[in-house]
Design a protein. Structure first.
Length: 263
């Protein structure tokens, strides 16, 4: 049987609501929180790859590949898309290609979308800005220490992952979750050069720990990029990037936004 990058998470026989297509992330957790009766599919090139070298390394190519798969399940719109991190970037490009070809994208939900710049550079800039500010402030000092602590907190995990990759390479086999980590690393150059373009569809963005001012700035930035009014939401309990993927409350709030688009 030929492998596919499209995996059914839930199949609904009712057929009254179009399916939800999830690009990366943890679609099973979200599906468990959905109230609407609908089919849910996960999209991930790792599902069909025999090796990491088989997976596309361009955002546009990956989006086109995923579109060809969802068309087998749902030949025409309206489409409902969700994406997490790099998957959000791919989902955006999918929506862009679909709308350019005359298909209707009813709802696009971006969870912690990648913005094309390495996190290490963003962190370095944040530290420099904080250290270069005028005058001493305990608040500034706390922010700097918090950032440094976060770097060191993730460092052991990064080293462990590199050792794990080396181990499985020597063994000649690699589990899917590690293949995904490697795939995301290979996609980094493509993420850095990708540029979001104006699009004609409903877009919502969900992120972690944003205050009212940050939410407003995020909404304006995404609205300027997309050329349509974009609503942004936050999960205040999500302290880090992966919390939006793993916390039950994050899955619940994500599912609520997805349900709201069809109920």
């Amino acid at each position: 049987m030929k492998k596919s990058c499209l995996m059914p998470i839930k199949r609904s026989a009712l057929g009254s609501i179009p399916p939800l297509f999830c690009v990366h992330g943890e679609p099973l957790l979200i599906t468990q929180e959905l109230k609407a009766e609908r089919s849910v599919y996960a999209l991930n090139c790792i599902y069909e790859a025999n090796s990491i070298e088989d997976a596309p390394v361009e955002i546009e190519v990956l989006a086109s590949r995923y579109i060809s798969e969802i068309k087998k399940v749902q030949p025409s719109g309206p489409y409902f898309l969700y994406g997490f991190c790099t998957g959000a970037m791919v989902a955006y490009e999918m929506a862009l290609q679909l709308t350019k070809n005359g298909d209707l994208v009813r709802h696009l939900l971006l969870s912690c979308p990648s913005v094309g710049s390495p996190r290490s550079l963003e962190t370095a800039k944040t530290i420099i800005i904080a250290l270069g500010s005028n005058g001493f402030s305990m608040m500034r000092l706390k922010n700097v220490l918090k950032i440094i602590a976060r770097i060191f907190r993730h460092l052991p995990g990064f080293i462990a992952m590199q050792l794990k990759i080396l181990r499985y390479k020597l063994m000649g086999r690699m589990p899917p979750e590690l293949m995904m980590e490697l795939h995301l690393l290979r996609l980094r150059p493509a993420r850095q050069k990708y540029r979001y373009k104006p699009i004609n569809c409903k877009i919502e963005v969900i992120d972690g720990q944003l205050n009212k001012e940050q939410l407003a700035r995020s909404a304006k930035a995404w609205s300027d990029i997309a050329g349509v009014a974009v609503k942004t939401y936050t999960v205040s309990e999500a302290d880090g990037h992966m919390d939006l993927l793993q916390l039950p409350i994050a899955a619940k709030r994500t599912a609520e936004l997805i349900d709201r688009a069809v109920i």
